[in-house]
Every structure is written in C-alpha cells, then in structure tokens.
Design a protein around this ligand. Structure first.
Ligand SMILES: Cc1ncc(COP(=O)(O)O)c(C=O)c1O
Length: 392
C-alpha cells in the first residue's frame, strides 16, 4: 500500500531548524522558527499560565469527554477577548479548536460545504500553511498582493485591484495584526477601506488572529475583527492561543463565527460542530482549560495582560534598536521600516543568495524569503546582526 505514495514535500522551516541544530558554531543565531524568545533565548511559559495550570491540577475532577465545540465558557471568553462590549450574542458564537490551524481548517471545511467550488484569496507573501490547510479543505486558492517592499507597508490599492476579480461569495483571508511574514498591517483608514470593499462585493472575510496582543496591544489588535463584524453581514475569525498564551504544543484556539442573524448563525454553528466531530471528534482541553482558569481569575488575568504587554514592548524596543543599529552601520534609512511594523516578524528585502551568505559566513539563520523573528534577537545580538547584514 504505502509504496504507492510519493515523498511528502520538505517543510522549509523544519528543515532550517534541523540545519541550525547541526551547526557546531557557538555564536549561531536562529531567527527562523516563529516562536517568542526572551532575553535569555528561551521560549518561556508565562507565569500566569503556570499558575493557572497549578490551580487546574488542584480542582479538575474529571477528564471526561467535552463536546465537538469544546467548553462553552472558553468560547465565551474568546468572544469577550476579541469583541469586548461589541459582542452580539445573537450573531456570534465560538468553538474551541486544536490551535489556530484547527480553527482555520474547520472554517475552511464549513465554507467548502456552504459554497462548493468557492475560492479563498490569500495575501502574498503569506503564511505557507494557509495553502496546505485550505487546499485540504477543498477550496480553490487565489492570491492577492499585500506588501509593498519599498514602503514596508500594505499595498492596499494593489490588494483591492486584485480582489476586484473575486466572485461574490469568495473568501478573503486577512491577518488581524502582525502579518506573517512581513509585520506590515493596514492602518485604521486602510481597514475601513477594506471592510467597505468586502461588504460591497459580498466577499466573506476570514480573519486569522494568531498574534493577538503582539501588535498595538490587546484592544487595538481586535480592531479589524470588530470593524468587519459591524460592516459585513458575515465573517469568521480563527484565533490562535499559541503565541498569546505561550501554549504552542497544547494546541489551543477558537473558530468564531459571525452570522447575519441568530437562525443563520445557529445553523452554521451546528454544522461546524459536525465538521469537528468528523475530523477530531473534540478538541484537546488541557491548554484551553488553563486559559479558561486564567481568564476567569482576576489576578491571573491581570498578570497575563502584563506579561503579554511586556513581550510586546520588548519587541517594539528591539525593532527600534535594530533600525538605529542599521542606520549606523549602513548610513542609510533603508531599513527604518522595521520600526513601523508589528509583531515578531519582518521580511528583509534579501535575495536567497544573501540569506545563504548570512547562514554560511555568519551562522545567522532565517527563512529563505528573508523573514526574521525579531524576538529571537536578544539585545546583545542586535549590533552583531546589523553588522553582518551591512557586510552582505
Ligand atoms: C499567521 C498564522 N496563522 C495561524 C497560525 C497557527 O497557529 P497554531 O500554532 O495555533 O495552529 C500561525 C502559526 O505560526 C500563524 O503564523
């Protein structure tokens, strides 16, 4: 049986990580994998999460099955986190999922069922796994230009030009904040333009929210989801708790559906539960239970907000330091855009040869498209990195 299979494609990020592990140089720097690293180069677990896990350990009496949509309290908390006072209980519901990836996949399946043959439009550049997830769900993939390397910002007119070719009912995937890989997010004015466009063309907005709290802060990072829910009749949000709660391998996320009415929302929510039932029956719960405990406890909730804010502000500081170090080393403002972008990632405008040179000569690892994880640049590495960049 298995001999009929071809080799699976190599995952570029995992391959890069393997090469990094094999590199014997002591001064090697890993800017590849997209996880938050602290000043000690560790991938920490938040103290608030650890405390919530301890509480959970004391009080949890059973690990019996949940339902395909997970724990309803967790779902309500996710809605509250994104929508706050804007939450409309008649239009919005949430389903606990295995990470943001699980949320994207079951939303993709739901869309393929609702509109067989529909397309999903993905930003370019974008997160490579989107293509895998939506192709597996049976959606046709289309792409729109997103990033302007000259300004380091969003190329909104080119985006809208490309999306003019979308058919009514097509899905448009947008990153809520901290766009992966570029760190370029629409301004508020651009979001307004985009939301109006999507509504007028009857396009379905699917918001990927994988870095909540890392961009402008918790309140600002939910702006696009709230605006789109107000402007467009229907939308969906795939929330990932991997980065925002440091729970990566525990697989915690939520699929939030916004319907045009209560009855339509109820039908969609029933169907997405049926999709989950057929794919993994029900989501893993340990990580979500820790989030539920944390968000339900005033002290831990505050501690978590402070920890998340400290991660965010550290990245903002690193961005400013890197921009200023590059100005010193190159006597040019070319890379000052790094300072204006958001979240863990930026895409340096490098050729694959330059990326290879950095790896071979300087033991600096980044993705082939020039994406760097800024959080992995501890303060003392900023100058070393800027110097190496200037030399190539
Ligand atoms: C843009 C984007 N969406 C979704 C995800 C998926 O997150 P999770 O690990 O929770 O599945 C990631 C993770 O890297 C991401 O970068």
């Amino acid at each position: 049986m298995f001999e009929t299979l071809g080799k699976a494609p190599v995952d570029g990020i995992l391959e890069l990580s393997r090469q990094y592990q094999c590199d014997q140089r002591n001064d090697k720097i890993d800017l590849g994998i997209g996880v938050y690293r602290d000043e000690a180069n560790q991938i920490p677990i938040m103290r608030s999460i650890k405390a919530a896990e301890r509480q959970l350990y004391q009080v949890q009496k059973t690990k019996t099955y949940l339902s395909p949509s997970g724990d309803p309290v967790f779902g309500e908390q996710m809605i509250d986190l994104v929508f706050g006072a804007d939450a409309d209980p008649d239009r919005i519901s949430a389903c606990q999922t295995p990470g943001g990836t699980g949320a994207l996949r079951i939303i993709g399946e739901l869309l393929a069922q609702a509109r067989p043959g529909t397309s999903v439009w993905l930003p370019q550049p974008g997160w490579g796994n989107h293509e895998v997830i939506f192709a597996a769900a049976g959606l046709e993939l289309k792409f729109y230009p997103y990033f302007d390397p000259r300004t380091g910002g969003v190329e909104v007119s080119a985006t809208l030009d490309a999306l003019s070719a979308a058919r009514s009912g097509d899905t448009v995937l947008i990153h809520a904040c901290c766009h992966n890989p570029t760190g370029a997010d629409p301004t508020k004015a651009q979001w307004l333009q985009l939301a109006k466009f999507l509504e007028s063309r009857e396009l379905f907005p699917l918001i990927d929210m994988a870095y909540l709290g890392f961009g402008g802060g918790l309140e600002q990072d939910g702006f696009a989801a709230r605006l789109i829910a107000r402007t467009c009749q229907e939308s969906a949000i795939a929330v990932s708790c991997s980065k925002s709660f440091t729970l990566y391998r525990d697989r915690v996320g939520a699929a939030i559906l916004v319907g045009k009415s209560k009855s339509v929302r109820d039908i969609a929510f029933g169907q997405i539960q049926a999709v989950a039932r057929g794919m993994y029956s029900m989501p893993p719960d340990h990580g979500a239970a820790a989030v539920r405990t944390l968000l339900g406890d005033e002290f831990l909730r505050k501690q978590w907000r402070d920890e998340l804010e400290a991660m965010r502000t550290r990245i903002v500081r690193l961005r400013a330091d890197l921009a200023s170090a590059q100005r010193r080393f190159t006597h040019s403002y070319r890379r000052s855009q790094i300072e204006r972008q958001n979240g863990m990632f930026s895409c340096l405008n490098l050729t694959p040869d330059q990326v290879r040179l950095l790896r071979d000569r300087h033991a600096i690892y980044m993705l082939d498209n020039g994406r760097i994880n800024i959080s992995a640049l501890q303060s003392e590495k900023v100058e070393i990195f800027a110097d190496a960049l200037a030399s190539i």
